[in-house]
Design a protein around this ligand. Structure first.
Ligand code: MF3
Ligand code: CO
Length: 277
């Protein structure tokens, strides 16, 4: 069963997800050559503690850290370490938190210094594919409409979608129903309804879609060694679209229309801007 959340539950989800977005923005601003992924993890854990929140990933099936830090050909679930970021790397930072009984989850992929044109294009297309997926969300749409929109955009630009990992419902657990693949044909799967809360998270490879998990039992990497990127937002389904619960600060501020949309409980401005750019 897919749960539809009440207005007060959605406000609690909005609080924890806003915290996740704020910490991710700080981590993003901290990324530069020489910083280690353990440094980022320590900062994330400290910020969550200060906010009386708990890391959602730490201890989840034995995962050992607050963030997942996945560099270059690492797709997701990279374990923070003493590895220092180098100029030209790309790093996906994924973080989940629990506050007041509810969960938040979001990810961004960030350039370290100057990156190649191909890496920059991968980041842009992957983030756009997330917004294409979000734009497919509204009450009455079907779950597979999301993946179909993501896949269409990614493959039109010559990249590929990872099949082994999916987005998910989120609420009083990190992973709830439904599973949300980033590929497929439209018109299949459960129908979306107002108040459902979804974490949508395309993982996109520059080369072939296949991935494998390293000997640490967590780190997923591309089989062909190509670069991979990952973006994730948690959103609540509304009548006409969705409200992003993990907006980047700049997404909130950049749009003069957002205030108006927010009074309707809709964060569509960010979606529309990404689609028109
Ligand atoms: N955003 C990912 C997910 O929702 C991260 C999970 S990491 C884990 O599946 F450690 F919690 F598995
Ligand atoms: Co997730």
């Amino acid at each position: 069963m897919i749960v539809c959340r009440s207005a007060s539950e959605i406000e609690r989800l909005a609080r924890v997800n806003a915290l996740v977005a704020r910490v991710l923005a700080e981590l993003k601003a901290t990324v530069r050559p020489g910083v280690t992924t353990a440094d980022l993890d320590a900062l994330a854990e400290h910020r969550l503690k200060q906010a009386n929140a708990a890391p959602a990933f730490k201890g989840y099936h034995g995962y050992p850290a607050t963030i997942c830090a996945s560099i270059n050909e690492q797709v997701v679930h990279g374990i923070p370490s003493k590895r220092a970021l180098a100029n030209g790397d790309i790093i996906s930072i994924d973080m989940g938190a629990q506050l007041d009984g509810f969960f938040g989850d979001s990810a961004v992929t960030v350039a370290v210094g100057d990156i190649s044109d191909e890496a920059a294009r991968l980041l842009a297309i992957t983030e756009e594919s997330l917004y294409r997926g979000l734009a497919a969300v509204h009450a009455g749409a079907r779950v597979s409409d999301i993946g179909a929109a993501v896949q269409q955009h990614v493959e039109a630009h010559g990249f590929s979608v990872v099949r082994e990992f999916v987005g998910h419902g989120i609420g009083v657990k990190l992973h709830e129903e439904p599973q949300i693949p980033n590929y497929g044909t439209p018109g299949h799967g459960p129908r979306l309804a107002e108040g459902m809360v979804l974490a949508i998270e395309p993982m996109v490879n520059a080369g072939k879609p296949a991935v494998k998990v390293l000997g640490d039992g967590w780190t997923a990497v591309t089989k062909d060694g190509s670069l991979s990127a990952h973006f994730e937002h948690t959103v609540v389904v509304t009548r006409s679209g969705c409200r992003i619960l993990t907006p980047a600060q700049e997404e909130e501020e950049r749009s003069p229309k957002n205030e108006l949309l927010r009074t309707r409980g809709v964060h569509e401005a960010a979606v529309l801007r990404h689609l028109s750019s």
